[in-house]
Design a protein around this ligand. Structure first.
Ligand code: ADP
Ligand code: MG
Length: 343
């Protein structure tokens, strides 16, 4: 079997903070902690989770806009850290990103034609005719008229600007598109149009997507597989339908219960998750979801649950719902559990 298009192994990013006076250790923000997943060609992997859980940091690590603290990003079996500048440049052609705010990510002084053709012109010189033809083709791909070619970003609506952002990302015919909250700033009806556009483009061009959103209702429409993140870690990853129909991790369950129900006749049975997301500077011990979890047991406060494969193809990190063999406790931990068991 050939290597997957993208494979991420134990990716970790810690940001050191300023050292506290007279303290020995430097505090760190554990933005991304031991994250692993893979993406096959032409497939969509969605990453969901509340704000601050590390989604954008994962995107930037994939794009190599950030260096990981540890872990690897492999492209078709090659570690991108090992690529020389020439190979990295070639890879960058194949991996593109679409951002949340289509206004600030487009240069306000460039015309639509210049914006969408710029990535190609970074690699090769185009004649005036070639540039116009390319711009017309890219605009057509995203459902815009070539008559709009001479307009500036300020003359477009939010949805049209996001179409321009997508057209620009398509210019180099990428194999993988990373969309970080790409529809989050748009109205619901415009969101649906952009999601349909992305689905059509995927069908025509076979592009793989890493689609990042805090909004589960968006993810449900576009994902083949979904990874749910909590405080820098993946807590559940699996096929979209199975995950939405039958969430296993209590956090996934709470997120789904808290999402707006599109069908008003459906009655919501479960209450959304209580409490705030804890700080990634000093995350709770053991399973970092335990302080908010209705199912937490003693072990959840002590051990970090590993991701366990379930029979239906998903993987879940939960001591209660996806239990593994008893962990090897350290001497200190075993003393503590024995001590607690006596009370
Ligand atoms: P998300 O995209 O899921 O909202 P981010 O990846 O942007 O989350 O951030 C994850 C965590 O890392 C947050 O707690 C954020 O405050 C922190 N963080 C992000 N960038 C930096 C940085 N440059 N320095 C310190 N902390 C950061
Ligand atoms: Mg973000």
């Amino acid at each position: 079997m050939s290597a997957p298009l993208l494979k991420v192994e134990s990716l970790t990013k810690h940001y050191p903070l300023a050292r506290v006076f007279l303290k020995r250790t430097t505090p760190v923000v554990r933005a991304v902690d031991d994250v692993s997943f893979s993406v096959e060609a032409g497939e969509t992997l969605c990453i969901v989770g509340e704000s601050g859980c590390g989604k954008s940091t994962v995107a930037r690590l994939l794009m190599r806009m950030l260096q990981p603290t540890s872990g690897r990003v492999m492209i078709e079996g090659t570690d991108i850290a090992a690529l020389g500048s020439h190979a990295l440049r070639a890879w960058r052609r194949r991996m593109q990103m679409v951002f949340q705010d289509p206004y600030s990510s487009l240069n306000p002084r460039l015309t639509a034609e210049q914006i969408v053709t710029e990535p190609v012109e970074n690699f090769e010189r185009l004649s005036r005719r070639q540039r116009k033809a390319l711009a017309a083709d890219l605009l057509r791909k995203v459902g815009m008229s070539s008559e709009m070619m001479d307009r500036l970003p300020s003359e477009f609506s939010g949805g049209q600007r996001q179409r321009l952002g997508i057209a620009r990302a398509l210019a180099l015919e990428p194999s993988l598109l990373i969309a970080d909250e790409a529809v989050s700033a748009l109205d619901v009806s415009v969101q649906a149009q952009i999601l349909n556009l992305l689905l059509d483009l995927q069908e025509q061009m076979g592009i793989a997507y890493v689609f990042i959103s805090h909004d589960l209702t968006v993810v449900q429409h576009i994902g083949d597989r979904v990874a749910v993140m909590y405080l820098g870690r993946i807590v559940e990853i699996g096929p979209c339908e199975a995950l939405f129909d039958n969430p296993v991790h209590p956090y996934t369950e709470a997120l789904i219960a808290a999402a707006p129900v599109p069908d008003p006749t459906r009655v919501r049975l479960k209450a959304p998750v209580d409490g705030e997301v804890p700080s990634p500077v000093n995350p709770p011990s053991g399973c970092s979801f335990h302080p908010r979890c209705p199912l937490a047991i003693e072990r959840c406060r002590i051990d970090v649950p590993p991701l366990m494969p379930m029979p239906d193809g998903r993987t879940v990190a939960c001591h209660v719902r996806a239990p593994n063999a008893p962990a090897q406790l350290s001497f200190e931990d075993s003393l503590r559990t024995t001590f607690m068991a006596q009370f």
